[in-house]
Design a protein around this ligand. Structure first.
Ligand SMILES: Nc1ncnc2c1ncn2[C@@H]1O[C@H](COP(=O)(O)OP(=O)(O)OP(=O)(O)O)[C@@H](O)[C@H]1O
Length: 231
């Protein structure tokens, strides 16, 4: 449960959401604007705290953790992909990919680095700075950065929101490939039915509640579920 504000001004952004994200799967969180998608992602990623209830990452309770422990948890156990790429402009693609590991004081797993770079197709762009890369390539750097530390879960918040349709499709394909080939776990917030169709499962929110879910979603089945939700 997540409530913003108090009394008459209280907004119940999440009400009794009970949802799990299976290891090794790529899950999409869908729902109309204001349904609580971002709030849910922020609560499960340790970016915000649920007002009541429990959030567990591989069995560890994160609700009630202080800011310092949450910062460490996000750094060591979670990968993030944002709509706005969030790369550092003065670093090369390779340096951007390795930065979270460096900050955590961890040595890269070079075999994994090579595999991730191959999946995202950036081998010949590793020395380029973000300004020398297209939007789609920058997001591929962000995908590589999220997976190269082998986090327990990768969260992607509207990862194709800033991309044209072809680059967006490429990013979704390699997100799915990364999850399946590397045996990792990802959760993506999106309002795009086509984007959700790349996931193994789509979970639908409305008014802060889980209203529906679909296994092996297609663009059509997601659109139908959205129509039902909004109708
Ligand atoms: N910091 C905040 N303070 C007060 N209310 C908030 C805050 N953040 C979100 N809300 C409210 O909580 C509800 C859920 O918002 P949330 O951003 O999680 O929805 P969303 O499904 O991600 O929407 P969108 O698709 O438009 O991004 C909305 O009614 C929103 O106005």
């Amino acid at each position: 449960m997540k409530t913003y504000g108090e009394g008459d001004a209280a907004v119940h952004a999440l009400r009794g959401v009970d949802v799990g994200f299976e290891h090794g799967a790529f899950t999409a969180i869908m729902g109309p604007s204001g349904s609580g998608k971002s709030t849910l992602m922020h609560c499960i990623a340790g970016l915000d705290t649920a007002t009541r209830g429990s959030v567990r990452l591989n069995g560890d309770e994160i609700t009630g953790m202080g800011e310092r422990r949450l910062t460490r948890l996000r750094r060591d156990r979670i990968g993030f992909i944002f709509q706005a790429f969030n790369l550092l402009p003065m670093l090369t693609a390779e340096q951007n990919i390795l930065l979270p590991l460096e900050i955590a004081g961890r040595r890269p797993d070079w075999a994994l680095f090579d595999e991730v770079v191959e999946i995202v197709g950036l081998r010949d762009r590793l020395d380029h700075r973000p300004s020398e890369l297209s939007g789609g390539q920058q997001q591929r750097v962000a995908v590589a950065r999220a997976f190269v530390s082998r986090p327990e879960v990768v969260f992607a918040d509207e990862p194709t929101g800033n991309l044209d349709s072809a680059s967006g499709t490429a990013v979704l394909e390699l997100l799915r490939t990364s999850v399946h080939r590397l045996g990792m776990t990802a959760v993506m917030v999106t309002h795009d039915a086509k984007a959700a169709s790349y996931a193994d499962r789509a979970v639908f929110l409305r008014d802060g509640r889980v209203e529906d879910e679909i296994d092996a979603p297609t663009a059509d089945s997601v659109l139908a579920a959205m129509m039902k939700l909004e109708g």
